[in-house]
Design a protein around this ligand. Structure first.
Ligand code: UT7
Length: 329
């Protein structure tokens, strides 16, 4: 029988900035309390990029760590996909900045925008390219500097988000490991639920858009909360069914790090133990496209997942978009 070629995780890496923004500090910036933030979100602190940092500088560190972990020379990488909604520039792609900095001389690069679902989308795209035989080694990164686009006068959003980057090297393997199932969906009629209204071609930057804070993140939190709780359950159930997996055959679910209440509500409905869901949102908040790869890297380095394990990654966010992957390590 011909062995099946799949995209396996060869290595992971991540980076978060040193600067910590605590709930106590937010109490001094907006009308909020540590108790409210903890009760409604579970977030204790988040990381904020320093003045010299940007999405590419964090992505570069995460990428180097992932290549080192995979034991791969960056010159062997053929394609770099950076999932982000906070690129260094509108163009060129942040992936090109990473490609140059890490010395991936033979690699193409592009950015992928699916908001918080971006990294899972990017893994699924890379898996298709590897499985088809067109590519062997693809570097997938999720990196965000949301602190530059959050309005620190809006208490409903500024408490949620943080900065960071995570990366994974995907490589072709024929040993049974790799991406087994992918799902990518969107609901464009919900575009207004979460967006940055200005700065694009519809409402270009002007003194008026800047004065009205239209370059910052706007969100209908309650609407997104309801959507996320429902989609979380559906994504896990769909992934289990697609792969014929029982709940106890999943080593770990790595969800988008969005809100402890969303995770707990979904876990109750799924009737799975909470320990099967990796959580680090208490330390980093919501880092959008960086949240799943940072969590994946931390889970691997903490020894929570091992070769042969089945993991499910799920994410959802602006678009609205949602996505999942089932991966055998
Ligand atoms: O990747 C996806 C990105 N999206 C998300 O992560 C958002 C998902 N949504 C959420 O996590 C939650 O909806 C929030 C944490 C944003 C809000 O929690 P909630 O339980 O849905 O609160 P709410 O919006 O219903 O607001 C309840 C009250 C309101 O006051 P009133 O109208 O009841 O007087 C808000 O004004 O809480 C108030 N509030 C705050 N109070 C203290 C909103 N933000 C704050 C705050 N501190 N930071």
């Amino acid at each position: 029988m011909t062995p099946i070629r799949r995209a396996a995780i060869a290595g992971t890496g991540s980076y978060v900035p040193e600067r910590i923004l605590s709930n106590a500090e937010l109490e001094r910036m907006v009308d909020t309390t540590d108790a409210w933030i903890m009760e409604r979100t579970g977030i204790q602190e988040r990381r904020i990029a320093g003045p010299e940092e940007s999405t590419s500088t964090m992505a570069i560190i995460a990428a180097r760590r992932a290549c080192e972990d995979a034991g791969i020379n960056p010159a062997e990488i053929e394609l770099i996909i950076v999932a982000t909604i906070t690129p260094d520039y509108v163009f060129p792609a942040t992936a090109c900045l990473v490609q140059h900095a890490i010395g991936a001389k033979r690699a193409g690069g592009f950015d992928l925008e699916a908001a918080c679902s971006g990294f899972v989308y990017a893994v699924n795209v890379a898996a298709g390219l590897i499985t088809s035989g067109m590519y062997k080694n693809i570097l997938v990164i999720g990196a965000e500097t949301l602190s530059r686009l959050v309005n620190y006068q809006d208490r409903a959003t500024c408490i949620l988000f943080g900065d960071g980057a995570g990366a994974a090297v995907l490589t072709a393997r024929e040993n049974g490991s790799g991406v087994l199932h992918t799902s990518m969906r969107s609901e464009g009629e919900e575009t207004q639920s979460m967006l940055i209204p200005a700065g694009g071609s519809r409402q270009p930057a002007s003194p008026d858009t800047v004065a009205r804070q239209l370059h910052t993140l706007h969100m209908d939190g309650k609407r997104v909360f309801k959507f996320a709780t429902k989609i979380f359950v559906e994504l896990v159930e769909e992934a289990l069914t697609a792969c014929g997996l029982q709940r106890d055959e999943v080593a770990l679910v790595i969800p988008h790090q969005v809100n402890q209440r969303i995770i707990e509500a979904a876990v109750r409905k799924l009737e799975m133990p909470l320990e099967k869901f990796f959580v680090n949102l208490d330390r980093y908040g919501n880092t959008s496209a960086a949240s799943v790869p940072i969590a994946l890297d931390e889970a691997r380095r903490a020894g929570l997942i091992h070769a042969g394990d089945h993991i499910i990654t799920i994410a959802f966010g602006g678009g609205l978009t949602w996505a999942s992957s089932v991966i055998r390590l």
